[in-house]
Design a protein around this ligand. Structure first.
Ligand SMILES: Cc1cc2nc3c(=O)[nH]c(=O)nc-3n(C[C@H](O)[C@H](O)[C@H](O)COP(=O)(O)OP(=O)(O)OC[C@H]3O[C@@H](n4cnc5c(N)ncnc54)[C@H](O)[C@@H]3O)c2cc1C
Length: 456
């Protein structure tokens, strides 16, 4: 039996990237996947949602350009064709992952893995089981939708993000339980397709983990597009009556809709290590700074650890893990990794939010500037929004950047690079950015902070 150097369990953005890097560095590597390559990200998460958001964006654009002198309308929506486009993007990317694995000479083992010892895994296949041995085992099994124990919910055919796109028609109405990143992105998609969307959020605001001002501004924009909100209300029970879902809130309101999407977070896939009694906290597998679990030959990365449940974090953790095997330090700094919300008015942040700086009593000063005077934003008719930068008052290091506005998910890499290099606000202000561009607002905020803003 082959003794691998590395066996990775899970072919999502954490697992397949770890396997490729390990193989590049000379480790004899195998990857075990029970479902489709690409994991949640590629199959039911990042990619399908962004494909559908692209459709939403075009629909909204067509609706808005009359005022620009362009008269056109959405004649007809063929949902089946949109779904085909979504599926073909996914298939292309899956094929790409498979090709990269074979190029890296990584053994792909199809089946459900169960770790049974420090170096031993049993892989259940449809008819037989196979034992795989490895010096190092990486758990990259990700997460699945977490559904709260709401009375009545288990008896009805609600949707999660695993199923919401698997239907032939656009629902006339949709209730979304959960106003986090996934909930608001789904609301944006279906609202543009013509669905009457209602979001229920028990917390005092949507996007609780992001800047408060942004969450309010985004809610206003979504409300303008017809999305209804019940914020600060908990769900008492759900039922399905006369082909309609009914959600009963604690304040006695009842929301009725054709479909019900539960988007209340995700839970780590821990079944893979259920025989090992590894420490788990808050439902997540515990690892040390080198991503090792309590068993030194077993490591874990990505959503199953859940330090920052994002695709690029899962990949970055995998790369950092392989580095530690090569004797390098794990330098991954979660405060220098961007977070994005891909609604039509986008949110992009890196580092501390103002709320976190206050909570952690870090001495900071912030500066902000809006998109209202930005030429590029005007050409797009998207001048709502702003950029906030938070700076450490002692050394002037940039601690956090938060943006709300057009295409900000595409430009967050620029302040991230400055932060990665521990850059100061002076260094950020010194960079010459292109004109006209959305990035000019970042430049303006940095200069405004230094009392030398040209336009502010
Ligand atoms: C709707 C939605 C939108 C999202 N959008 C974004 C976004 O825009 N940007 C972003 O960064 N993140 C986004 N995410 C989050 C992102 O998808 C996850 O953070 C990311 O996929 C985690 O990667 P992972 O490799 O840890 O796990 P996963 O991608 O979940 O992959 C785990 C893999 O392990 C396999 N597996 C599990 N158990 C076993 C077993 N026992 N044996 C063999 N295989 C097993 C699974 O089949 C799966 O393929 C989104 C998520 C959702 C649901």
């Amino acid at each position: 039996m082959t003794m691998y150097d590395v066996v990775v369990i899970g072919g999502g953005p954490g697992g397949y990237v770890t396997a490729i890097r390990a193989a590049q560095k000379g480790f004899k590597t195998a990857l075990i996947e029970k479902g489709e390559l690409g994991g949640t990200c590629l199959n039911t998460g990042c990619i399908p949602s962004k494909a559908m958001l692209e459709h939403a964006s075009i629909i909204r654009k067509i609706e808005s350009v009359k005022d620009w002198g362009i008269f056109c309308e959405v004649e007809k929506l063929e949902y089946g064709k949109m779904q085909k486009r979504r599926a073909s993007i996914i298939q292309n990317l899956r094929n790409g992952v498979q090709m990269l694995l074979s190029k890296g000479k990584i053994d792909l083992i199809r089946g459900e893995a169960q770790v049974v010892g420090e170096h031993e895994i049993i892989v259940k296949k449809s008819e037989k089981s196979e034992t795989v041995q490895s010096k190092r085992i990486v758990i990259a099994t990700g997460s699945t939708p977490s559904v709260p124990p709401i009375p009545g919910l288990m008896d009805i055919a609600y949707d999660t993000t695993d199923t919401i796109f698997e239907s032939n028609e656009v629902p006339a109405s949709l209730t979304i339980i959960g106003g986090g990143v996934i909930g608001v992105e789904m609301a944006e998609i279906f609202s543009a397709l013509g669905t009457k969307v209602t979001i229920i959020e028990v917390a005092p605001r949507i996007l609780m983990l992001e800047d408060q001002e942004i969450s309010k501004a985004l809610q206003r924009k979504l409300a303008k597009r017809g999305i209804q909100f019940h914020i600060g209300h908990s769900v008492e029970r759900c039922e399905h009556v006369d082909e309609m879902f009914r959600v009963h809130l604690a304040n006695d309101a009842v929301i009725e809709s054709a479909r019900l999407l539960v988007a209340t977070g995700r839970k780590a896939n821990l079944e893979v290590v259920q025989n090992l009694a590894l420490p788990v906290e808050g439902g997540k597998l515990q690892v040390n700074d080198q991503f090792a679990t309590a068993i030194p030959s077993i490591f874990a990365i990505g959503d199953v650890v859940g330090r920052m449940p994002l695709a690029h974090v899962a990949s970055a953790e995998g790369l950092a893990l392989v580095d530690t095997w090569l004797g390098k330090e794990n330098n991954l700094d979660y405060k220098k990794i961007p977070r994005c919300v891909y609604t039509l008015d986008q949110v992009a942040s890196v580092g501390y939010t103002e709320e976190q700086l206050k909570e952690e009593h870090i001495a900071y000063r912030g500066e902000t500037y809006s998109f209202a005077g930005n030429g590029k934003a005007m050409t797009k008719d998207q001048t709502d929004g702003f950029v906030k930068i938070f700076v450490d008052t002692q050394y002037g290091e940039v601690l956090g950047v938060t943006m709300f506005g057009p295409d900000v998910t595409e430009i967050i890499g620029y302040p991230t690079a400055v932060m990665q290099l521990e850059g100061t606000i002076e260094e950020l202000a010194d960079i010459t950015v292109a004109h006209p561009s959305i990035t000019e607002v970042i430049d303006e905020v940095a200069n405004k902070y230094l009392n030398q803003g040209i336009h502010s």
